[in-house]
Ligand binder design. Structure first.
Ligand code: TH1
Length: 764
């Protein structure tokens, strides 16, 4: 009764009540914190999806992005809150600026995990993400002297209240040399008009941020203090690599303990664990959950062979890459030091495999005593999936072919997806409103309905699409000027490549294009319209060549900007500290989506889907999910180039690729590479770094940029020409938006559930 009275007196959402004073008297920070508490209560009131069987999605990364507006949208409170604040002369957008972005992931793998939790919540599936509460997560990137600098991103340490709630659970994890205790933090993951999922993050009680002294460097031997300070501590030395193994075991042991305790609580006798839990192993970082679960089951009186079968029925593994460097393989001596209790279990699993299969490729422990985590995952789980059709096919036919012969029924594909709540409704509200007006709002729950847009294609609709794109470009221009002082021209073509920096993603190919375009302008060959090439990328701190690419991009940006003729036609911009928040500003403003990985190397990509949904056209190789995009939109609505994955795989197998011959035979390649060491570039940058990059390209070029160079230039030129025919271009954009429905993570999650998890949706 008293509550009802307060409610009526308080007409509106209750912001003032949460703030303890009228909205007008609050600082922005007070309002932000009031909203955060209000949202947390509203999410709690919805409750979490329940069911006998629960998904545990275990992952080293959850790149969740800012939560305030996303939660307001999912809880159906956004409009009300915005209006109420506006009525008091305040702006929700300004409050959103105050929120710091949790840096709990580094790229697609972590963002995928976040999209999946959103979709699980929305589809009513009982699901938890399990990971680590990194204090500083991934580093913050800044540019100094045209180079990347890394500083700790202390996203938790300022006045903003936390989305994390401390749970009452405390566990102990025993390492070989000492024990630690852990605390669990929960974040509610709201679904779109549904109950919640949960993100459950473990921290070690002994963590000590004072260990961080100089930038992101710290004494990696102080394991108990340093364990959860950073995501992916520098692994260029053994100390760093061992610290990663400590982190992984800490995550897995906590997860395994939690899962068994919860399932017993729900009524499991552990022998029937598979009726209560589905564990999805997100790439190999959580692989130690397999021996850890077996260990705990045996400890509880279950025989080894039975425990192994139980764990196999519970666990499923997702492979996200074929890159050899990412396939984790730990020396047994590391495991012996970190978690000696699981070593005999791994040895026994290895012996089992050895008994039934002699093929060296599939053994868990190799002849050098290295433990191959992916091999353990495939033998000891009931499902192995790739993340796009082409990727799964390459796993089945090439990379994991011997496993496929052993377990044909375990292999399956789950093409990645993205949540349309964050990647359209929240980040491109004008486009979402246009879609609502045109086909109704059913697409918000059933994304395939977007196809109906095609029935409404006319000049008016295409005109509105163009106008929305233009306003998004203006908004991006305002944002980037405030963010880093860069001025960009919304009239120009926005040509965007944003993703982690890696040689296989081939930012260097785009860089060579930009140099070629610059040299062309100098020689009097002017483009049809100004092009703004926008990069967003962080390089791993120990990845030298990746940092060289960033350096060359920043130097080129300076050289072009200083040229009074060229700067009218070309601009190179690199976004500082590219993250989810920057992506939300950038993607709705893009005209061209660069997806130019070396065919066969990008398992899926998910940025490609976000750009497509926001009406950018793809310029890409036939790699990862690009292949599926091409199939959906048709050849006329995508720009593809380059060697096929079969050709690339054959080239690697022949081992006869010689970049130097391309450099010598192709004038444009030679001119672009030579320009890296030109007077202007050397004046802008560091000769060592530029020289190392030029040398790498000429002598190694492991990801084969040169064979695709001419085709890339030609296709990009064709695309820039097409961009000048506004009506035809917008009609292609419309097809892309209309066909994006397939890439909703709701579809992906429904498939995981149908084929792998078999959870019952919470009906009410
Ligand atoms: C990415 C893949 O590169 C990308 O193609 C895919 O869309 C995404 O995962 C989601 O499936 C990966 N990120 C990582 C990060 C680490 C190790 C392996 C991969 S694969 C640290």
């Amino acid at each position: 009764m008293a509550d009802a009275v307060t409610q009526t007196r308080d007409a509106g959402t209750g912001i003032a009540r949460y703030a303890g004073k009228p909205i007008a008297n609050c600082t922005n920070l007070e309002l932000f914190n009031a909203l955060l508490r209000m949202v947390r209560d509203a999410a709690q009131a919805r409750g979490t999806n329940q069911g006998k069987k629960r998904l545990y999605y275990v992952s080293a990364e959850f790149l969740i992005g800012k939560l305030l507006s996303n939660n307001l949208i999912n809880l159906g409170l956004y409009e009300q809150v915005r209006a109420e604040l506006a009525a008091a002369g305040r702006s929700l957008a300004e409050l959103e600026e105050l929120e710091s972005e949790p840096s709990l992931g580094n790229g697609g793998l972590g963002r995928l995990a976040a999209c999946f939790l959103d979709s699980c919540a929305t589809l009513g599936l009982p699901a938890d993400g399990i990971g680590l509460a990194y204090h500083c997560g991934l580093f913050r990137q800044s540019f100094l002297g045209n180079k990347q600098c890394e500083t700790p991103d202390g996203w938790l340490t300022w006045g903003q209240e936390s989305w994390m709630r401390r749970a009452s659970l405390h566990q102990t994890v025993s390492f070989g040399d000492f024990d630690v205790t852990s605390t669990l933090y929960d974040i509610d993951v709201t679904g779109y008009g549904s109950k919640c999922a949960r993100l459950r993050l473990f921290d070690v009680d002994s963590a000590d941020e004072r260990l961080i002294k100089d930038g992101i460097a710290f004494d990696k031997r102080r394991v108990a203090q340093g364990l959860t300070l950073f995501l992916y501590p520098d692994d260029s030395d053994d100390e760093g690599r061992i610290l990663r193994v400590y982190q992984e075991y800490f995550m897995c042991s906590n997860a395994a303990q939690l899962i068994l305790a919860e399932c017993e609580e729900r009524g499991s006798n552990l022998r029937d664990l598979a009726d209560y839990a589905a564990v999805q192993i997100n790439d190999t970082h959580p692989s130690m959950i397999i021996p850890e679960l077996i260990r705990l089951l045996v400890q509880r009186g279950i025989a080894f062979d039975e425990a192994r079968g139980i764990v196999r029925d519970v666990c499923a593994y997702t492979n996200h890459t074929i890159l050899a460097e990412a396939l984790e393989c730990w020396p047994k001596s590391f495991l012996q030091r970190v978690a000696p209790q699981i070593v005999p279990i791994i040895e026994r699993l290895d012996a089992d495999v050895r008994k039934s299969c002699k093929e060296p490729f599939v053994q868990i422990v190799d002849e050098h005593d290295n433990v191959h985590m992916a091999n353990m995952d495939i033998h000891l789980s009931h499902s192995t999936n790739g993340v796009a059709a082409l990727h799964t096919k390459i796993l089945e036919d090439v990379e994991l072919a011997p496993f496929r012969r052993l377990y044909p029924e375990r292999f399956n594909n789950k093409t990645n997806g993205i949540t349309f709540r964050r990647w359209c409704i929240a980040c491109n509200p004008e486009l979402a409103a246009l879609v609502d007006r045109t086909i109704g709002d059913g697409w918000r729950h059933d994304a395939t309905q977007l196809e109906r847009l095609l029935e409404h294609e006319d000049d008016a609709l295409l005109g509105e699409l163009a106008a929305i794109k233009r306003r998004n470009k203006e908004r991006f221009a305002t944002w980037i000027e405030r963010h880093q002082g860069a001025k960009v021209d919304p009239e120009s073509v926005f040509d965007v490549q944003s993703k982690r920096l890696h040689e296989y993603k081939r930012q260097q190919l785009n860089l060579l294009w930009a140099i070629d375009a610059y040299l062309g302008i100098k020689a009097g060959k002017l483009p049809r319209r100004k092009v703004t090439v926008i990069f967003g990328a962080k390089a791993a701190p120990a990845y030298t060549i990746a940092k060289d690419v960033i350096h060359a991009i920043l130097c080129l940006s300076q050289v072009v900007a200083a040229d009074p003729v060229a700067n009218k036609w070309l601009q190179i911009v690199m976004i500082e500290n590219y993250n989810v928040t920057a992506a939300e500003r950038l993607i709705p403003a893009a005209d061209i989506s660069e997806q130019i990985s070396l065919a066969s190397k990008e398992a899926s990509g998910t940025g490609n889907m976000k750009f497509m949904l926001n009406g950018a056209l793809t310029l890409g190789t036939m790699d990862g999910a690009n292949v599926e995009i091409a199939g959906l939109v048709g050849a006329g609505n995508i720009f593809t180039f380059g060697e096929s994955s079969d050709e690339v795989i054959a080239r690697y197998q022949r081992g006869d690729y010689d970049p130097m011959s391309y450099y010598q035979d192709d004038e444009r390649i030679k001119a672009a590479v030579d320009f890296l060491l030109s007077h202007d570039m050397l004046a802008a940058g560091d000769g060592h770094s530029l020289d190392r990059l030029a040398h790498e390209l000429m002598c190694k070029d492991w990801f084969m940029t040169f064979p695709d160079f001419d085709a890339y230039l030609a296709e990009k030129d064709r695309m820039l020409e097409a961009a000048e025919d506004e009506a035809t271009w917008q009609s292609k954009c419309l097809v892309n938006i209309a066909k994006a429905g397939f890439f909703s993570s709701d579809r992906t999650i429904a498939e995981y559930n149908r084929d792998i998890w078999h959870l019952t949706p919470d009906a009410d």
